[in-house]
Design a protein around this ligand. Structure first.
Ligand SMILES: Cc1ncc(COP(=O)(O)O)c(C=O)c1O
Length: 417
């Protein structure tokens, strides 16, 4: 593993960043230079196994040759254009996404938060249109959810720690505990315009939502003429081993929100809507100058093609199951680990103490871990991750988390099985 060193130039870059960029992110003290596949290289020459993958954006790893080629080709043609003009890519990507998701149409934005804003606006306008202008405002979301940092998306994020300093946010928002059917039934009323949830809570600590809970949300939305919105910005587009995390539940939303890896690293998010919402915005009532650029949509198409042609969903399932199983064994072996959970390559290892020191120690040893909720190591690697990379990372975790050597523990547990 890595023999970590940091050169003087990197320290200067870090000092300038600290002086000139707002201290909003708890940064790690390295300066990245380039990436290749599942590895990142910093300017001081250190190499890292990247298990964070740009917070889930770099699903095809770094510098995938097909994405590089598409980007270079498109850069020499058109990067951006007013959304009032068509290019071959936005419609083709919309067709690809809709046919996979069973939806009718797409609106493109830049980031995830912006797409959530659009979905909230759709819920409001749908409520007005479908009830002769009456005002129906309520949004029911989940406690511990994460939907973004802009005002609307923050208002429906079920974590006080992000909201309280900036309130008041949108009114008429209520939060229910995941899997609590009673709370869900009590919260959804005639005033509910939409029920919003992530099928797998990512930032909130990696919690899979059960099919019955999602089905009940669907039934309540139908009963009260509300929309069911699934936020798959983090868990969608292959991350959980299917094209969409909600597929396994058999529950179809009215709006499906996608983002993160969609633009192959460029800002691109999408609101997919069903037939009844296709005309709900109408002309010039919503927009995004940079949303759905030819460059981002072309990369989106290439992303979908690569996932399909390189059979990456099977790989996500295989490597994801292997990683989850390894983390479960580690959770048994380590006195510091509580539970391993998740699906596909969106996994979490909950610790009984702060996880950041372990991520910092991992970095010095050449593996990049991500921390959420203070005490959870979240794994959001590229879909290209192999079992051998898992072994490398898990071996390091055995050491960092005081679980002894992985081999010894496995031998012991096999012997006692
Ligand atoms: C489920 C979910 N929704 C929304 C967002 C916000 O996306 P963005 O940071 O691109 O605005 C995120 C980001 O992590 C997310 O995980």
């Amino acid at each position: 593993m890595l023999d970590f060193r940091q050169d003087a130039e990197a320290n200067q870059i870090l000092a300038r960043d600290a002086e000139r960029t707002l201290p909003v992110y708890a940064r790690y003290p390295v300066v990245m230079d380039r990436g290749e596949g599942v590895y990142l290289y910093d300017t001081s020459g250190n190499k890292y196994l990247d298990l964070m993958a740009g917070l889930g954006v770099n699903a095809l790893g770094h510098a995938h040759p097909r994405m590089v080629a598409a980007m270079a080709d498109q850069a020499a043609k058109i990067v951006h254009l007013s959304p009032q003009y068509a290019t071959p890519y936005a419609g083709a990507l919309a067709e690809e996404l809709c046919s996979r998701a069973g939806m009718k149409g797409v609106f493109y934005s830049t980031g995830g938060s912006e797409a959530v804003e659009g979905a909230l606006k759709l819920a409001r306008t749908h409520a007005r249109q479908s009830s002769n202008g009456s005002t129906k405002h309520g949004i029911v979301a989940l406690k511990n959810s994460y939907h973004g940092r802009t005002y609307g998306s923050l208002s429906v994020t079920g974590q006080d720690k992000y909201r309280l300093d900036f309130g008041p946010g949108l009114p008429h928002v209520s939060f229910v505990e995941r899997e609590n059917l009673e709370q869900l039934r009590a919260a959804v009323t005639e005033d509910t315009a939409a029920i919003l949830m992530e099928p797998l809570l990512g930032e909130g600590g990696v919690h899979v939502i059960s099919a019955p809970f999602m089905a009940e949300a669907r039934a309540l939305a139908d009963k009260f003429n509300a929309l069911l919105i699934f936020d798959e910005i983090q868990c969608g587009l292959g991350r959980c081993g299917d094209w969409f995390a909600s597929t396994a539940s058999g529950v179809q939303p009215d709006i499906l929100i996608l983002g993160k890896p969609l633009g192959g690293g460029l800002p691109l998010s999408a609101i997919l809507v069903n037939e009844k919402l296709f005309d709900a915005f109408g002309v010039a009532k919503h927009g995004s100058t940079l949303g759905g650029s030819p460059m981002a949509c072309r990369l989106g198409l290439e992303f979908c093609n690569v996932v399909e042609q390189e059979n990456l969903l099977a790989k996500v399932n295989d490597t994801g199951d292997y990683l989850l199983e390894s983390l479960k064994q580690l959770a048994v072996a380590s006195p510091l680990a509580v539970e391993a959970r998740g699906r596909g390559l969106l996994l979490g290892l909950e610790l009984n103490q702060a996880a950041r020191p372990f991520a910092e120690a991992g970095l010095l040893r050449g593996v990049l871990f991500n921390v959420v909720q203070g005490n959870i190591l979240r794994f959001l690697p590229s879909y290209l991750l192999e079992r051998e990379h898992v072994d490398l990372a898990v071996e390091l975790l055995y050491e960092l988390l005081g679980a002894g050597s992985k081999e010894v523990v496995q031998e012991v547990s096999l012997a006692s099985a």
